[in-house]
Write a new protein. Structure first.
Length: 204
């Protein structure tokens, strides 16, 4: 069995995408990154892909009549490349059933909070506004809801009294970059099993 073929979807800086690239190059992640999918052609993540010689599928959503239309194009590209796992890493677009259904159980997302708390956008700001003492990051399967899919792994980040959104974001992003490649590796090793809402991760 060859290395797991993955595609990464991202919209912005691409720090989690870079963490995946680094883990592959350091021999800690047994996957091949077949494609970066990005809805913002000028985003910094695109340059990261170019430097790592990762192919890109870039699109402008406004040029399509619907989300379903561009997702159909994306699926064709993923299937052509034999992609086995989609990793959403800072992809800021709502995903429809066109993409979710054929890839259910094969699409994961990383979210900057301890789900089910603070789903959706501005999760770090939500946590600070609520006054929680602990927040963190979650890797979960995508089920079509708003950050509602089965949870694979989480990592806790403490919130300090003096934290600002920026200072907390630094630690949240560090936790994301530490957690995500390891989860992908466990999936690549066949150690992650999805059973309804429950995800089991075996130790070997």
């Amino acid at each position: 069995m060859g290395a797991l073929r993955i595609a990464v979807f991202a919209s912005g800086q691409g720090s989690n995408f870079q963490a995946i690239i680094d883990a592959v190059q350091n021999g800690k992640l047994d996957v091949t990154i077949e494609l970066l999918v990005c809805d913002k052609p000028a985003a910094p993540v695109v340059e990261r892909a170019r430097k790592a010689s990762v192919d890109t599928f870039l699109f402008a959503p406004k040029e399509y009549p619907s989300r379903e239309a561009y997702e159909a194009e994306i699926i064709a590209e993923l299937e052509r490349r034999g992609v086995e796992l989609i990793v959403l890493a800072g992809y800021m677009r709502i995903i429809t059933s066109v993409l979710v259904e054929p890839f259910y159980g094969r699409m994961i997302n990383i979210h900057p909070a301890l789900l089910p708390a603070f789903p959706g956008v501005n999760a770090i700001q939500q946590a600070l506004a609520y006054g929680v003492k602990l927040t963190g990051v979650t890797v979960h399967y995508v089920d079509g809801g708003m950050d509602s899919g089965p949870i694979i792994a989480q990592r806790v980040v403490e919130v300090a009294d003096e934290d600002t959104e920026d200072s907390l974001a630094v630690r949240i992003h560090a936790a994301e970059q530490a957690l995500l490649p390891g989860v992908i590796q466990r999936i690549a090793q066949g150690r992650v099993t999805l059973d309804g809402r429950h995800v089991r991760v075996s130790s070997s």
